[in-house]
Structures are given as structure tokens and as C-alpha cells.
Design a protein around this ligand. Sequence first.
Ligand SMILES: *Cc1c(COP(=O)(O)O)cnc(C)c1O
Length: 406
Amino acid sequence: MKDCEYFPKVVRAEGPYLFLEDGTQLLDGVSSWWCVIHGYNHPALNEALRKQSENFSHVMLGGLTHGPAEQLADKLVELTPAGLDHVFFTDSGSVGMEVALKMAVQYWMQSGKPEKHRFLALKGAYHGDTTGVMAVSDPDEGMHHLFSGILAQNLFCPAPSHGFDPDLDQLAQDLSTLERLLSTHHHELAAFVVEPLLQGAGGFNMYSPAYLNQAKLLCERYDVLLIFDEVATGFGRTGRLFATDHTDIVPDIMVLSKALTAGYLGLAATLSTTAIYEAFYGPDASTALMHGPTFTGNALACSVALKSIELIEEEGVLARVEHLSRVFSQAVESADHPLIESARSLGACLALTLTDPSQFPAIQKRAIASGLWIRPFERYLYLMPPYCLSNDQAEEMVAKFFQSLG
Ligand SMILES: *Cc1c(COP(=O)(O)O)cnc(C)c1O
């Protein structure tokens, strides 16, 4: 706040554009923290909200049920990999992840292994901002190291570091510490928690489906649950509907949020297998999952999520992600600037690590002056735009992005 000279004030947004009070038009390279996948002010999404609001906007989901929540739960079960058959709604990615962790711990309590209550996570992870998930996010870097002394003490494994397509030696290297930690600590571990393929706010590390396939085998061998945090990767960002779709496996628990409502409202879904569900399914409330967020299953949020999924299915959205993916990987191949330490892309995400983050204010200023909205942080400059960019807009965005380096 102290150093910020200029806060652009948005008065309107349409498609991939933000319109500011002073008339400036910005192409949005961030899709409002990666969730506005269809662009702003989308007529079909607006209409879904309006229609639902005329029936009711919200009723408690404790003891009641309603069409939008039931339909969305069914739809998510249908779209996600076979085996994820149960859905718990919350209102943000962090809380959806809290539920995942709580579910894993309680699952083991009710399976006669209460000592399995710690988590194994990756260095460079980001799983949200509430205290439970801060404790599975990178303990040293990132935003939460201040709190490390008061958080639950979990275990961390080096993140896989050989990209999307490692050779067998590299894969073995990436897996060696994971295997060692699982073999030493499995008796106290509830779950291994990862952002599949793309570690987002912890530094945009991109890694392989092969790693996840092997990690699942190890988790099975050592009787540790596998939790996929698809809050950022869900709904097309990696080029498939879910990052899990690049793999041969199904996690025990999977969390969706960000793009779930296409950026209209806060909503998250924690999905689990039937085996986990059944550990909570008892004769009375004593074994239930005691978690009841006020806005769980909000009807407006569920309605707009259903409409967003319909758009993904009907409008060739994944084909547009594939186009973006090609534009981004070409840009990464030709990326060349003294400030760039490394460049990478996966699906509709392009990320640079810069050598000198003190340049960020100047970079952001140049981007805005050229009509591009980006928001660099720490050492990272990235694009995660709405998928609705036309081919020309995608080229324009990439050109302005690299020009902003000066
Ligand atoms: C954003 C994010 C979260 C937290 O979601 P919020 O809605 O901001 O609470 C959790 N995990 C990942 C991978 C994220 O990108």
C-alpha cells in the first residue's frame, strides 16, 4: 500500500477486457486470479444467475436440498475421473482444501488408524491461506513462512523438477525422496497432497503425469491417501478438463474451485471416492463430517457453475485452450531477454522466472500503458488469461507481455 502509486479502478468488463474509470481498456492476462475462463459479462452466465435469483438465491443445505446443488454434484461426478463419486460444497478453494485435509484425517480415525494425521506435501506448493492449508503450503518460500512456528508440522518433499516429459532417470530422481519419506513416515501420514502438474502461486513449477502415476502407486503401497488440489488446474487450464485427465490414475480426494463458477461467485467442491464416503456413513451423527459452511451449495453459485460447464461442453472451449497452448509454447521457445531466468508453459499458462524482481513495478507500468493487465509477484511474471481470447487477441497479449520486459 505504501509504495503503490496507481490502483486501476475497473468500472466495466466485457469478454477478455477490463475497462477503467479513465477510459483505459486492458486485455486481462490474469483472468481475475485464473477463474474468469469465459470472459466477463457473459450473457449466458448472467442469464443463469438472473433465472435462479427469481426462484431463490440461497437456502441452507443443512437438512434441505435443491436442484442446482444436486445437478451440479451429479455433473461433477460425471465429468471427473471414475471413482470420485461424492461431492462436498464449500465457498472457496482454501476451505475446499481444509475439508479435504479434515476428511483424510477423520477417514483414518474412523478406520482404526488415528495416528495417521500428518500430511506430506511438495516444496513450492500453494494450497490456500487458511491455517490448515498454510501448513501444507511451502514452509519457507511463499506467503506463509511467518507463521511456520504455529502451524501443524507436516512433511515436505522436493517438487519434481524435470518438467512435463522427464526421462526415466530424471523421474527416478524426482521420486526418490518421495519414496523415502513415505517409507519412513507412512504410519503417521494421512495423505500426500499435491497440485497436479502445475504448482500455481508457489512458483509455476510444471511437472509430469508420469510422476503422478508413480506417486499414486507409492501411496497405495504405503497406505497413504492422495489428494489432488485442482483448484487452479481444474476446468481446462492444463489443456485437459482436469489435470488428472493427463494421468492414468484417480486421486482419493480432489478439490475444485477457481474456474468452477467461471469467476462469478465463490464455490468449491471436494470430491471423494466411495471408500472414503463409507467411512463417514454411520447410524448417527458421531461419524459424520462435521463441516457446515453457511453458504455451502449456494444456489446462485451452483447455477452459474452448471451453465459454465455447459459452455465448456458445447463451445469447443478446450480447443481454444489448445490454441493458446500452442501460442504460449512457441512464445516460450523464442523467449529471449536478459531478465528471463527461465520460461515455461502448460496449457493456458505461461510463466517466467525473472532474475531481478525489482523491475516489476516498471514492467507492470509498461504493460498497463500498452493495454495489458498482468500482476507479477515474487520472481514470477505470468499469463493465465480467459480462454475466450480470439487468435489475434492471444498474439497481441503475448507480444505485449514480452514487450513489458522493456
Ligand atoms: C487459489 C488456490 C487455492 C485457494 O483458493 P481460494 O479460493 O483463494 O481460497 C488453493 N489451491 C490452489 C492450487 C489455488 O490456486
